[in-house]
Design a protein around this ligand. Structure first.
Ligand SMILES: *Cc1c(COP(=O)(O)O)cnc(C)c1O
Length: 374
């Protein structure tokens, strides 16, 4: 039997809600289930407005449109992130400016941000890797000093906090993901969080193909028309029905994952003590959500050896991001804003251990046993 490195956990009411939505025959977006998801996310996070999207990528693309990124505008992002953070900028003709990450959290290194700012910089996009927050007070202070907008890629951050504040509520706008590999899932799905009310109306317009349809449905206008750039970003009610069942159990899912994460952390301490791999450090300001248990091995060779040993025992471990500044598109569309030593090391050495809410805790002891052979 093979243990995958991720697997969706069914929370309970998925089939019931899917049955309901199919019986009601209202399958297009923004129906009862979407509204219930919006209300739950707003209550849980305190964001001004949550808007479901078909993916985290879609929410990031909406952010690119909402910021009205112009050709040549720069946005500072970590090089160690998913391609969607950079695409959202490059699709508008903007330039992702890649900055290195911190060795302890693998998040944007806030001490390198200021040196990457130029007169063309418009925004900073921190990415909360593995559901552990970036050093947001420092990033927000830099942004304020240089008159920049902060937008969060909180794709991995649902349910985690920084100084008690939910990830996704610290910037003007934020993207969440409910992809099948995340903690709370819709198969494919995401949400835009609008924290600065100034973006609310345009966010609804961008999401509805550039029309003021949302205002029309609220009875605020007589007919709807094309008023701005936009596309189709909303998911169907089928996706929202599945997601609602998950959102209702988000706390339980995250608690379970954090407990497994803690077990890994204790079990793998000896590996770090032997100097073979580094474990994450969770800063005091952060409460994470157990999204990923990662190790950064001292070398790519050691990582390959660890992965082979695990795979031989049926335990799937996976590499994650390749730093974007070295990718073909990163070189073509982006600019490098710092030295990249930490990200390059993480790209070569990082391994994600199997972790999902319904995973048997025995897996962790097995993983630790296997890695003793290194
Ligand atoms: C998963 C992820 C995304 C993209 O989300 P999708 O829902 O798969 O489109 C973006 N950024 C980061 C950091 C992610 O982990």
């Amino acid at each position: 039997m093979t243990v995958p490195y991720y697997e969706p956990t069914l929370a309970g009411r998925e089939r019931q809600y899917l049955d309901e939505v199919l019986s009601a025959k209202q399958l297009a977006g923004d129906g009862k289930f979407t509204k219930a998801c919006h209300a739950l996310i707003e209550e849980e996070t305190g964001t001004h407005k949550a808007l479901l999207t078909h993916s985290g990528t879609g929410a990031l693309d909406m952010i690119g449109l909402l910021l009205e990124i112009q050709p040549g505008d720069e946005v500072i992002i970590p090089t160690y992130t998913f391609v969607s953070s950079a695409n959202a900028i490059a699709l508008r003709g903007g330039v992702p400016v890649f900055v290195d990450i911190r060795a302890d959290t693998l998040n944007l290194d806030e001490t390198l941000v200021e040196a990457a700012i130029t007169p063309k910089t418009r925004a900073i996009m921190p990415v909360h890797y593995a559901g552990i927050s970036c050093e947001m007070d420092t990033i927000l202070a830099i942004a304020q000093k240089h008159n920049l907008i902060v937008v969060e890629d909180a794709a991995q951050g649902y349910g985690a906090t920084y100084k008690g504040k939910p990830l996704g509520t610290l910037g003007a706008l934020a993207a969440l993901s409910f992809h099948a590999s995340k903690n709370v899932i819709a198969g494919e799905g995401g949400a835009l969080l609008v924290n600065d009310p100034a973006y609310r109306l345009r966010a609804e317009i961008v999401r509805e193909k550039g029309t003021n349809r949302a205002q029309f449905f609220r009875g605020e206008i007589d007919k709807y028309t094309w008023v701005d750039l936009g596309s189709s970003f909303l998911p169907s009610e089928i996706v929202a029905a599945l997601l609602l069942a998950q959102l209702e159990q988000a706390d339980a899912i995250n608690e379970r994952r954090v407990a497994l994460w803690e077990t890994y952390h204790a079990a793998l301490a000896p590996l770090e003590a032997r100097g073979l791999a580094r474990r994450a450090v969770v800063p005091n300001a952060c409460r994470h959500n157990g999204h990923i248990y990662w190790l950064v091995f001292e070398s790519g060779d050691l990582r390959a050896k660890a992965r082979d040993l695990l795979v031989a025992e049926g335990l799937t471990a996976s590499a994650h991001f390749a730093p974007l500044h070295n990718s073909p598109a990163g070189k073509r569309f982006g600019r490098t804003g710092s030295d990249m030593k930490v990200a390059e090391h993480a790209g070569d050495g990082l391994l994600r251990m199997p972790l999902f809410a319904h995973m048997e805790p025995d897996v962790i002891a097995q993983v630790a046993d296997v890695l003793k052979k290194l």
